[in-house]
Design a protein around this ligand. Structure first.
Ligand SMILES: NC(=O)CC[C@H](N)C(=O)O
Length: 358
């Protein structure tokens, strides 16, 4: 019989049914998404986290590689009320421990009351509560993962859509979801995916129409290089950002970010556009938020539930960012026009730019 223990910050240990073996530790969070487990589990933004699904049955339409957002599972472990065989086998093959048959309503309530917390997990034939507690003991706070960008970024620059004749995008990969690249390619852009530690010279060499900062895991303050790039280019090149990208842009331009209690993770987060008065349903996955936009940015969209900034525009520079995931996958596709807006911003700048000479 496989034993399974989940040790929560504070030392409380839950027993569950083991579905994929191993030991792990991470920040315990939950998503309310009721579909899209293939996309969520391969979203690099979940690196160093343990993901609880609040929806009770996960896996009822199988596991298909074409839905993956990256080439591996990123959460360190998975908790659910009931996992299908398909998902349990997939997680086992990826070496990601998984448990079910625990009361995820209790786990979610606990996270809502106490905030995202450290967690240790042990699943296997011979594991004990002490193994889960030892993982908990070794668990670091999210902000202490200072090299997290390195864990999820590409090692080398890669170009997609070289033959496209639309805008040229320099996408700084801090853990980018594949759908961001796909959304840009579908709009005829050429996308150069750059490592998170790319230099200003690397970006310059591409003569991009837009510098785009991706989503990604962890504390935005730990992406010093990407922050520097935004500072370097904001004046001369249009800038866009999604999720971590919005946070990095705010950090770079005199704003500030802060950790939320338990964050927003789900596919039905309502966002109000302050100019049009329209509310859209969005996909979200973040534990930090912009606390202060600073003088160079203004808030254009807010979360209806808690008023946190969901969209920023440049005051004196060409900048558009979103805290949610306009690329969807999972979730509603109501916000794909963000990519049209970013490319239109880049195009407008390119066509009004004054040639240097002649
Ligand atoms: N999806 C993301 O880009 C997440 C951004 C950041 N790591 C956060 O938790 O807020």
């Amino acid at each position: 019989m496989t034993a399974a223990y989940v040790a929560l910050e504070g030392g409380h240990v839950l027993e569950a049914r083991g579905r994929a073996p191993g030991t792990a530790r991470g920040e315990l969070v939950f998503t309310t998404a009721y579909t899209g487990y293939e996309e969520s589990l391969t979203d690099p933004s979940y690196e160093e986290q343990i993901l609880t699904f609040s929806y009770p049955l996960i896996g009822n339409y199988g596991v298909r590689e074409e839905r993956f957002e990256s080439d591996r599972v990123h959460p360190r472990a998975v908790l659910a009320k009931e996992l299908t065989e398909d998902v349990a086998d997939w997680l086992a093959s990826e070496g990601v421990p998984a448990v079910d048959r625990l009361d995820t309503r209790d786990v979610v309530t606990d996270i809502r009351d106490s905030g995202a917390m450290k967690c240790g997990i042990a699943v296997g034939e011979d594991v004990t509560e002490e193994d889960a507690l030892a993982e908990l003991e070794a668990c670091k706070a999210m902000s202490e993962h200072t090299e997290i960008g390195e864990q999820v970024s590409v090692d080398e620059q890669t170009t997609y859509g070289a033959d496209n004749d639309g805008e040229t995008v320099a996408l700084v990969d801090c853990g980018a979801k594949g759908s961001i690249v796909d959304s840009l390619l579908a709009r005829n852009a050429t996308v150069h995916v750059l490592p998170h530690d790319a230099s200003a010279h690397d970006v310059d060499a591409l003569e991009p129409d837009v510098l785009f900062i991706s989503n990604g895991p962890g504390d935005p303050a730990n992406y010093e290089n990407a922050i520097d790039l935004v500072q370097n280019f904001a004046e001369e090149t249009p800038v866009a950002g999604i999720c971590l990208g919005q946070q990095i842009v705010a950090e770079a331009l005199g704003g500030a970010t802060e950790k939320m209690t338990f964050g927003h993770r789900g596919v039905n987060q309502p966002v109000l556009d302050l100019e049009s008065g329209q509310v859209v349903m969005t996909t979200q996955n973040h534990g930090y938020t912009v606390a202060e936009p600073g003088d160079h940015l203004e808030v254009t969209q807010i979360n209806v539930n808690d008023d946190t900034p969901e969209g920023l525009d440049g005051v004196d520079y060409d900048i558009i960012t979103r805290q949610y995931h306009p690329e969807a996958n999972p979730g509603p596709e109501d916000t794909l026009d963000f990519f049209d807006d970013v490319l239109a911003m880049a195009d407008a700048r390119a066509t009004t730019a004054v040639p240097a000479d002649d």
